[in-house]
Design a protein around this ligand. Structure first.
Ligand SMILES: Cc1cc2nc3c(=O)[nH]c(=O)nc-3n(C[C@H](O)[C@H](O)[C@H](O)COP(=O)(O)OP(=O)(O)OC[C@H]3O[C@@H](n4cnc5c(N)ncnc54)[C@H](O)[C@@H]3O)c2cc1C
Ligand code: FES
Length: 281
């Protein structure tokens, strides 16, 4: 992890309130993993004091070039959107564990709600490099104009399923509405291991079915619903959790989530968690 001045190569409005930010970070030493994020100083002075976390959206092939996708929701993201090409952003990163992608797995289902799509495109980018694999991306958004990654996901070889809350594109509903159908296509019932019983205890790595890996990012209600469906089919879900953040380095305890091991910090221990470990309140 480094603190660097990142040169802005592009900061473009691509849809209502949605921006693509491309930066050059010269001092990067470690390879960036999908699911990691950068903590970005939004203003040029001390207001706002706290940095804003943004997931890596595209890692790309050019060294030190990173792409972010963000939505303007408040002061911090508004200030970032005002920064112009050729100026510098103060960034800390890459932070966090990132998604683990077992090379033995060949069916990947990515499920995104809203801006949760941002890190999942970076994941699809990595998976696209695997030789034998199928990628299905379920992308849920409020309305058609918030769908900003369809083309990229298709280009990366993902089978794309779009779901919007108002029905303006794809199916009408939530991303999770499409999930059961997709899982059923893998025909898990025909394999040897029985489905998890209703009262099954904590699942561990050996209990998961190897056929499918589920990767999620989105609002908490979506993650809760994904967790419930995945548990029924005994599929592991790795989810990037988007808690509000302060320090970004595990010091302020501002991003705590309750897990079966106790409280853990999204910035230091995550942001990617096995959803089976999360205690929903
Ligand atoms: C690890 C991580 C990665 C993220 N990656 C992305 C990304 O790639 N693209 C992107 O657009 N956003 C991402 N976010 C969310 C982003 O950090 C927030 O939207 C941003 O910090 C809001 O700052 P603001 O000053 O603009 O808004 P604020 O004025 O701080 O808040 C405006 C509104 O947004 C809500 N909000 C703020 N932060 C969050 C949050 N973390 N989760 C849910 N609601 C929040 C507030 O409750 C409030 O209603 C990520 C968050 C985390 C923790
Ligand atoms: S943001 Fe401070 S502990 Fe995570």
């Amino acid at each position: 992890m480094i603190q660097e001045k990142a040169e802005i190569l592009l900061n473009q409005n691509i849809a209502l309130d949605h921006y693509k930010l491309v930066v050059k970070v010269d001092g990067l030493k470690d390879a960036i993993k999908p699911g990691q994020f950068f903590h970005i100083k939004a203003g040029t002075e001390y207001d706002p004091l706290l940095r804003r976390p943004l997931s890596v959206h595209r890692i790309g092939s050019k060294p030190n070039i990173i792409e972010f996708l963000y939505k303007v929701v408040g002061k911090g993201t508004h200030l970032i959107s005002r920064r112009s090409k050729g100026t510098y952003l103060d960034v800390i990163g890459p932070i966090g564990n990132g998604f683990k992608v077992p090379k033995s797995q060949s069916n990947f289902v990515l499920i995104a709600g809203g801006m949760g799509v941002a890190p999942l495109v970076a994941l699809a980018e990595t998976l696209a490099g695997f030789r034998k694999r199928s990628i299905t991306a379920i992308v849920g958004a409020k309305t058609k104009s918030c769908l900003t990654c369809n083309k990229e996901l298709k280009e990366l070889g993902a089978k794309l399923i779009v779901v919007t809350e108002d029905g303006s594109a794809g199916e009408k509903g939530f991303a999770t509405s499409a999930l059961t159908d997709i899982i059923e296509q893998f025909d898990l019932r025909k394999t040897d291991s029985p489905h998890v019983k209703k009262d099954a205890g904590h699942l561990t790595i050996g209990d998961y079915r190897p056929e499918v890996g589920l990767y999620a990012c989105g609002p908490i209600p979506m993650l809760k619903a994904v967790s419930k469906i995945a548990r029924k089919y005994r599929i592991q879900v790795q989810a990037s959790m988007e808690e509000r953040m302060g320090c970004g380095v595990g010091a302020c305890l501002g991003c705590a989530v309750k897990t079966k091991r106790g409280y853990e910090m999204v910035c230091k221990d995550g942001p990617v968690f096995d959803l089976e470990d999360i205690v929903w309140e």
